[in-house]
Design a protein around this ligand. Structure first.
Ligand code: ADP
Length: 475
């Protein structure tokens, strides 16, 4: 691609220049010459017609004598810068303003033929070889008693017409050159507005194609090219961001897989080589079991996240009773709660409350939130699960009185793999994926989730769900 667009434009520019030149130097001169001749002939014809109707007619009606007519036509010829002649139809020269009056000699114009004008009233030639160069000759018949008695012919030197033609043409040539130079402005505009930005864009796309997605470039214009450049920049930054996210994600996943695997390997090796005595095996096998649990949890969470991402908005929505889902999910934590002496208090509006959502995904949301609430609660505490209805929405809150979340971490807890330092000691099995799954699910329902938390006092997670129309039918 390189320079072809610019070369093409240059070529078009020069083709335009050459064609303009050819047209101006071929057609324009002949058209201008024709036009000038026609105009001159028209003017002379008016004079010739006037002479034929006055002085010349006077001659044939014997009202005036030849001498008087000659004197008058002589001065008119000087004024018109031409030669005026009166010629009989036979070709005899009656009067010539270029020659002295000679009545004795009969001067004939050989081969004189008035039809030479072929339908017109003027002709451009040497006038039956009477002149050394081309002359414009205008004919006006002298008619008396419906008969053509002779002709008034006015000859005008073509050199004068050619000179006017040339001066007009030189104006055209100068205009052409000025126009050609002015059109250079278009070339400069094209270079600045189209070519230079396009080069920048091409270079940037080459960089992106080579994988340098962080390459940035500037095109300062608010037209389509500027918009294209901005879109390209934005696209590259998005891809670069996605690439960075993916790298971070893979690094986190590898790290989270590696640490349990290292500890499993360590314990197993120690058991095989006898570093851990036989009687301690059970204890360490339980630790290994816990680590494999953690790996299973991590794998499941990754699969869930992947499904959420790839399926996007594909939700299997149904009308279901959220209260029974809350009750059954809470019941599934009975064992864990008993160990930590934690009570889950359910404060639910109505006996049944129908929502319109994907039941399996909402079960997972509840599970993850309750799991966290229990994990981060102290022994001997209460977790409250409360529902309320506002403006056609169901609000579900899960509130604990546990360790809480530091203020600076509140925004980060939704990120994949994020675990606050505070929680690390308490929750060795945590993956940091639970809340990002929760957020994805709630967002894919076009709903919202929020957290209110005070470090050391506890946390409350609240999310909304759309109420089902079934509630009204039941009422
Ligand atoms: P994890 O598997 O570590 O629980 P989550 O994504 O569910 O991952 O949570 C991310 C982090 O948010 C946790 O590590 C913890 O620091 C914080 N967190 C989540 N829920 C609570 C809660 N109820 N109380 C205190 N901290 C919480």
């Amino acid at each position: 691609m390189k320079k072809t667009l610019y070369l093409k434009f240059l070529l078009a520019y020069f083709i335009f220049g050459v064609f303009s030149f050819i047209i101006v130097t071929t057609f324009v001169p002949s058209i201008t010459r024709e036009q000038l001749i026609r105009e001159k002939a028209e003017n002379l014809y008016v004079e010739a017609a006037l002479i034929s109707n006055t002085y010349a007619l006077g001659l044939y009606t014997s009202e005036t004598d030849l001498e008087t007519v000659k004197t008058q036509l002589d001065s008119l010829a000087v004024y018109l810068d031409s030669i005026i002649r009166i010629i009989n139809p036979s070709g005899r020269l009656v009067l010539d303003t270029n020659e002295p009056l000679n009545v004795e000699d009969v001067v004939m114009i050989e081969d004189f033929d008035p039809t030479i004008t072929s339908g017109s009233y003027y002709t451009v030639n040497r006038f039956f070889n009477n002149f050394d160069s081309d002359m414009l000759s205008v004919f006006a018949p002298i008619t008396y008693n419906y008969m053509v008695k002779g002709y008034v012919v006015i000859h005008c030197d073509m050199n004068g017409i050619q000179e006017s033609c040339n001066s007009l043409l030189s104006i055209s040539y100068i205009t052409l050159v000025i126009l050609f130079l002015l059109s250079l402005i278009i070339l400069i505009f094209f270079t600045e507005i189209v070519y230079v930005p396009l080069r920048k864009i091409t270079y940037a796309t080459e960089q992106y194609a080579n994988g340098n997605m962080h390459y940035e470039f500037q095109v300062e214009s608010d037209d389509e090219i500027g918009y294209l450049a901005a879109c390209l920049n934005y696209m590259a930054s998005q891809i670069a961001g996605a690439e960075d996210d993916q790298k971070k994600f893979v690094a986190n996943v590898s790290h989270d897989f590696r640490s349990p695997l290292t500890s499993i390997r360590g314990y197993l090796e120690a058991m095989i080589d006898g570093t851990i005595p036989q009687e301690m095996h059970e204890k360490y096998l339980n630790i290994v079991l816990n680590e494999t649990d953690r790996l299973t949890k991590l794998t499941n969470s990754l699969l869930s996240l992947n499904n959420l991402n790839t399926k996007g908005m594909l939700l299997d929505r149904t009308d279901f009773d959220i209260n029974s889902v809350i009750r059954s999910t809470a019941a599934s934590f009975e064992g864990t709660c008993r160990k930590k002496i934690i009570a889950i208090e359910l404060i639910l509006t109505d006996e049944e409350m129908y929502v319109y959502a994907d039941i399996e995904k909402i079960k997972q949301v509840l599970y993850n939130l309750l799991d966290n609430a229990i994990k981060f609660s102290h022994h001997n505490s209460v977790i409250k699960v409360e529902t309320s209805v506002k403006k056609n929405k169901l609000f579900l809150s899960i509130k604990d009185t546990g360790i809480g979340i530091p203020k600076d971490d509140l925004k980060l807890i939704w990120d994949r793999f994020y675990k606050s330092d505070l929680s690390r000691g308490k929750d060795k099995k945590g993956t940091g994926l639970g809340l990002s799954i929760v957020k994805e699910i709630i967002n894919s329902h076009s709903e919202h989730i929020n957290v209110i938390s005070t470090e050391g006092a506890g946390s409350e997670f609240i999310f909304s769900l759309p109420l089902s129309a079934k509630n009204e039918e039941d009422d």
